[in-house]
Write a protein that binds this ligand. Structure first.
Ligand SMILES: *Cc1c(COP(=O)(O)O)cnc(C)c1O
Length: 432
């Protein structure tokens, strides 16, 4: 590993940007060492400032389901850019992307585009509160819904990586109405509703938890949330910022057959440009201004370059065998990793949902995790050593023991085989 240029850039960065980064996990605090600076990327590869190439499973933290710099998306963005980068007026591309989304996800009868997943969840909560006239929200420990105040209690992703219990700067009042319960714990949800039911506006959940490692829902969890919400007149919000267009065109709601009232999107829906979206039942979405009294707006919302990238991406995903191909590649990867891990005494296990995977060390169980507590019991120290050893072998995982990996359709068999070999070599060097 060469780090000359990345180290120089990092020194410049820390003088002018907090921690040298514009999103905390990138700073490598979770794994130590000098963050790598990326100059370009193509297909399954990223290239760093020192000219090194890595097979990348971060995929910009989820959006890049087609791999890096796919030709069709680049062309669409270039065509859009020729017409101007932003107008602040209504455009046809917004209508077109909204039509793609509402067609793919039938529970979303109307959709509003924003510029990030954070804005999407924050706005969906406001809509739920405006629609129900209630204030409280139930969320789950270890789920991440972006960095809006109301969601920064016991959150996943960077909050988990940095071990931050709450968040400074968030007034008590902003999280007073946020009730946090353990993931997959329907009894806790029911207890919370029996105490506060008539004041709860919504339950927000990652239908597959992907920001505290990978925690799939137990079979009864999502249907259980649906019926509790129905019983008490609260709205069910699926935060599909990761799972949307990842678990299939219809997202987690189609995959598990549970229909939420509101859905939030981000990541894939913008094809690598800054986009988020929230949508749902028509009667609920009609509270959004200018139709109704819930204000939500954005100077760059529905940005033409971002809409073009989103449309070009969804058009690829709409190809008939897209998801079966992608998921079988991911399965080839995790099957191969299973064998390698077995040959190392099952020091770690790898879990997978569709094309999302997660590798964790010294798990206490022989099944996927069911809660944040279980993930927290993993051996993060061993992950740190493995992360660096794997980087040395030319493969990037996210620099945190709490983040998942993403397989894209640019990961071909040769890249997957090279990854399996790299993991084997990395484990040999870590375990001596
Ligand atoms: C990434 C993420 C968000 C936040 O999206 P940003 O675009 O980073 O603001 C919200 N919810 C989930 C489930 C996410 O994974």
């Amino acid at each position: 590993m060469k780090l000359e240029r990345s180290a120089q850039l990092y020194q410049r960065a820390i003088a002018v940007i907090p921690g040298g980064v514009n999103s905390p996990v990138r700073a490598f605090n979770g794994v130590g060492g000098n963050p790598i600076f990326v100059t370009r990327a193509q297909g399954p590869y990223i290239y760093d400032a020192d000219g090194q190439r890595f097979i990348d499973y971060v995929g910009s933290w989820g959006p890049l389901i087609l791999g890096h710099a796919p030709r069709s998306v680049l062309d669409a963005v270039a065509r859009a850019a020729k017409d101007g980068t932003s107008f602040g007026w209504a455009t046809e591309r917004e209508v077109e992307l909204a039509e793609h989304v509402t067609k793919a996800v039938p529970s979303v009868e109307m959709v509003r585009f924003v510029s990030s997943g954070t804005e999407a969840t924050m706005s969906a909560l406001r809509v739920a509160r405006g629609f129900t006239g209630r204030d409280r929200v139930v969320k789950f420990a270890g789920c991440y819904h972006g960095h809006a105040d109301a969601f920064l209690a016991d959150a996943g992703s960077g909050v988990a990586t940095l071990g931050i219990p709450g968040c400074a700067g968030v007034p008590d009042g902003a999280v007073r109405d946020s009730l946090t319960v353990p993931y997959n714990d329907l009894n806790a949800v029911e207890a919370t509703f029996s105490e506060h039911g008539d004041t709860i506006a919504a339950v927000i959940v990652e239908p597959v938890a992907c920001n505290m490692g990978l925690v799939p829902p137990s079979p009864e969890f999502l249907p259980g949330l649906r019926s509790v919400c129905d019983k008490y007149g609260a709205l069910l919000i699926f935060d599909e910022v990761i799972t949307g267009f990842r678990l299939g065109l219809g997202g987690a709601q189609a995959h598990f057959g549970v229909t939420p009232d509101l859905t939030t999107f981000g990541k894939i829906i913008g094809g690598g440009l800054p986009v988020g979206a929230y949508g749902g039942r028509r009667d609920i979405m009609r509270v959004v201004a200018p139709l109704g009294p819930v204000y939500q707006a954005g100077t760059l919302s529905g940005n033409p370059l971002a809409m073009a990238a989103g449309i070009a991406t969804l058009e690829c995903l709409e190809r008939p065998s897209f998801y079966s191909d992608l998921d079988s590649r991911a399965k080839t990867l995790t099957d191969g990793l299973d064998k390698v891990l077995a040959s190392h005494g099952n020091i770690a296990r790898v879990d997978r949902v569709a094309s999302i995977f997660y590798l964790w060390f010294k798990p206490q169980s022989d099944r996927p995790a069911r809660s944040y507590d279980e993930i927290k019991s993993a051996d993060a120290g061993l992950f740190v050593r493995f992360f660096h050893a794997l980087l040395n072998q030319g493969v990037t995982l996210a620099p945190s023991a709490f983040e998942v990996g993403f397989v894209s359709n640019a990961h071909e068999l040769q890249h997957i085989e090279a990854t399996i070999t790299a993991v084997d070599l990395a484990l040999k060097s870590v375990l001596g």
